[in-house]
Ligand binder design. Sequence first.
Ligand code: NAG
Ligand code: NAG
Ligand code: NAG
Length: 266
Amino acid sequence: MSPSFTLVYILACVAAVFGAPGTKQAFPEDPEPINTVTECGGLIDTSSAALDFLVSGSIPAGTRCLWTVQAPYDHQRFILTSSGLGNTSSIYLTAYSSNAEPGIQQRVTTIGQNHTIVSNVVLVTLIVSENQIPIQQGFSLHFFSSGDAATTTLAGHASITAANGSFTYPAGGGQYPNDDHRLFTFARSGTPAPTIRFTRVDLESDSECSYDFIRTYVWFDNLYLQVARFCGSTIPPSFTIPDGLALLAFGSDSSVTGSGFTFEWE
Ligand SMILES: *[C@@H]1O[C@H](CO)[C@@H](O)[C@H](O)[C@H]1NC(C)=O
Ligand SMILES: *[C@@H]1O[C@H](CO)[C@@H](O)[C@H](O)[C@H]1NC(C)=O
Ligand SMILES: *[C@@H]1O[C@H](CO)[C@@H](O)[C@H](O)[C@H]1NC(C)=O
């Protein structure tokens, strides 16, 4: 074979194996949800699930729940199959990218409508209004993962819901590893608005915090807005979480580590 014929032949084989654009996706959806989740918030690490939250129960006023979907493929299709939520309560889907940023967001309002998010990590946020007349019931939201293999992997996740406490990473002391990406979600129902205060920060230092970093976000005006990005030994100002929902993202690059951080909330 001539070199150019060999190249064409190889490309044809590659196309046959991986598929041309628009052809069948590498990993199809599960036919039915393979997991059922009923708790308020937490990590959902699977290829499909039915999120059945208080489907036939009443939801307390002011409820805040934050679920993190971590799926194996890059497309997530969400569909609301039933809902007793009133028009002042909301479910939002927010893409969460590999550089620890909340991205494209969609609000879910209509039963039977597909919402596809291209990100293998998706935040599902529930906000129930403080004043609810009449009483609201819960909902069933299904999701299905499909497409190509995922690119974002969280090495760790924690959901914080307690009234007050303290959180240290790494939990057992020592240094955090290289190429480490973790997400800590914060969801607290009711008043008063919680406050988060960092008491110890020891990360690799650079002026842009582009190597190792902590990024904090609070829910404000129906979006996750960044409060701060910091590294080195910088202790940021304490901050209030007006709606009880926050994200704390940690990331490290491929060299130089530190002993991590501690924050408290009340
Ligand atoms: C919300 O629903 C109530 C009835 O349950 C209705 O009176 C009100 O107009 C609705 N508000 C909006 C903004 O749709
Ligand atoms: C939602 O997506 C599924 C799977 O692709 C499809 O079968 C269904 O017809 C879609 N429904 C609507 C209302 O678009
Ligand atoms: C922390 O929360 C617990 C209940 O979980 C409560 O009993 C205690 O008083 C709280 N402490 C402070 C300092 O708010």
